[in-house]
Design a protein around this ligand. Structure first.
Ligand code: BES
Ligand code: MN
Ligand code: ZN
Length: 491
């Protein structure tokens, strides 16, 4: 797995700051007030920080911005990076500043001399999140040994505040690694193996093989994977950090390790992007990892359906009728609408087995959601306003775009089949809604449910605030926040 940038915490030491050969970062407010460490560095540099703050250019500097003062006199550092952060900064400001520091650093050792446990922790989090690079297939990849040293007057407090955030970064990195990994390497078996390794973190991990899935009656899921040489699997990850017997929150992920479209083959152009079609399962895995790493006091169960959608002599045909685990029959009109066939069985299983307090499924489900919302927001569909609003609030707090979409009977009607209980597609209009509508047919009325269509946000072509181009890990922060704010027991 891609390692997090190493971060260490130490008490402020003026000699160490003066002798540090990489970069040194300090904090000032937009009003031009220097933090204690910034004042010290200012003295070392014979007033360079103050001169910058007094300069005309400083008026244009916004919260979260970082300005580099190169080769400061009186110090060994190659630059002093001046972070502009208001006293009442937002979480986003601090993370943005951290991300900027990470970009400027470019492999050099960074010494962040700053106070205030929360802001330091958020800056470190932003830096680490943005400092991700997927290199396992680059034979000339340089391994940077340098990291970040935080110097604060109360380093223990800063370290304690950073610990849960580093757990989230770690979970996010797992998600990104899984989403970035090509399908010849991340087969269904390799995916399940990587999840099983998480038992070392205290998660209970069960891997259900095709025999087990057949016995459970998960025929719609199996029908998607039957054209592939990679065996279909369902993996169940249990994190029991909450009260014994309290109903868990269930997270369900679409894990199509590659989506060719099946017999309804996709066009060649861009098909390589379908390595990310396991993005939902990747977010479920990363969230479970984050919860375990920070020992969340909540019961959460993560379930992923791992399949590969391939054409072959054994593949499902358009027109085939399949019986789901629930018992409802589905006429497969288009084998490229496979995600819903995977999810409907896993969602039904999750409800039958766990009677969850709430269920959230995540899937790179439709191209239509990209047409509707682009790469800025995931589509949010729900049968429960309270649950949905709690999620939207959590996503907003973490600055992860999420936008609610409608559901309704008229959309559901589009799934009517002449010969079976339903078709697997509803036609071109409102393609994301009819996909969600299909899933809702497998949600029990008593289960509060959210469907997240992450096709537009799971992997992007250009860098975002906290992620380089490629897999983003969208959703790990929001789901972790939802758990932290609404499901954790407190003393
Ligand atoms: N995996 C795709 C959706 C997708 C598209 C994800 C682009 C990420 C980027 C999904 O399985 C799919 O093929 N959906 C079809 C549904 C259609 C056949 C009803 C689509 O969106 O075209
Ligand atoms: Mn498809
Ligand atoms: Zn797909």
């Amino acid at each position: 797995m891609t390692d997090l940038t190493p971060v260490s915490f130490a008490a402020t030491d003026l000699d160490a700051i003066a002798g540090h050969e990489g970069r040194v970062a300090v904090v000032v407010t937009p009003e031009g007030k220097l933090e204690q460490s910034a004042r010290r560095v200012n003295r070392l540099t014979k007033g360079a920080v103050q001169r910058f703050v007094d300069s005309e250019g400083f008026a244009k500097v916004k919260a979260g911005h970082v300005t580099s003062l190169a080769w400061p006199a009186g110090m060994a550092a190659k630059a002093v990076d001046v972070i502009c952060l208001p006293r009442n900064h937002s979480v986003e400001d601090a993370r943005t500043a951290g991300a900027a520091l990470g970009k400027l650093r470019g492999g050099a050792a960074l010494l962040l001399a700053a106070d205030g446990a929360r802001r330091v922790a958020e800056m470190v989090f932003g830096l680490v999140m943005r400092d991700y690079d997927f290199t396992p297939h680059k034979t000339d990849a340089e391994v940077s040994e340098t990291g970040v040293t935080v110097m604060a007057s109360k380093p223990d407090e800063a370290e304690a505040a950073a610990a849960p955030l580093l757990a989230i970064a770690d979970g996010t990195f797992m998600t990104r690694d899984l989403v970035n990994e090509p399908a010849n390497i991340l087969t269904t078996t390799e995916f399940a193996d990587r999840l099983a390794e998480m038992s070392a973190l205290g998660l209970d991990v069960e891997v259900l093989d095709e025999d087990a899935l057949e016995k459970l009656g998960m025929r719609t899921l199996l029908s998607v994977g039957q054209g592939s040489d990679s065996p279909s699997k369902v993996v169940v990850m249990h994190w029991n950090g909450g009260e014994k017997d309290a109903a868990p929150l269930a997270l369900v992920g679409k894990g199509v390790v590659f989506d060719t479209g099946g017999i309804s083959l996709k066009p060649a152009g861009g098909m390589e992007d379908m390595t990310m079609d396991m993005g939902g399962a990747g977010v479920v895995a990363g969230t479970m990892r984050a919860l375990a790493k920070r020992k969340a006091r909540a019961n959460v169960v993560g379930l992923v359906g791992l399949v590969e959608n391939m054409p072959s002599g054994n593949a499902t045909r358009p027109g085939d009728v399949i019986t789901s685990m629930k018992g409802d029959t589905v006429e497969v009109i288009n084998t490229d609408a496979e995600g819903r066939l995977v999810l409907c069985d896993v969602m039904w299983y999750a409800q039958e087995r766990f009677a969850p307090a709430g269920m959230i499924d995540l899937a790179t489900l439709t191209g239509a959601i990209i047409i509707g919302l682009g790469h800025e927001n995931a589509g949010v569909f729900s049968n429960d306003d309270g649950f949905c609003n709690a999620f939207l609030k959590a996503a907003a707090k973490e600055n992860e775009g999420a936008w609610r979409m409608p559901l309704g009977q008229a959309y559901d009607d589009l799934l009517k089949s002449r010969i079976a209980d339903m078709k697997n597609i509803g036609g071109r209009p409102a393609g994301s809604v009819t996909a969600a509508q299909f899933l809702q047919r497998f949600v029990k009325p008593e289960t509060p449910w959210i469907h997240l269509d992450i096709a537009g946000v799971a992997s992007v072509k250009s860098a975002t605030a906290l992620a380089p181009a490629g897999a983003t890990g969208w959703g790990v922060m929001a789901l972790n926040r939802l758990v932290a704010d609404g499901y954790e027991t407190t003393d």
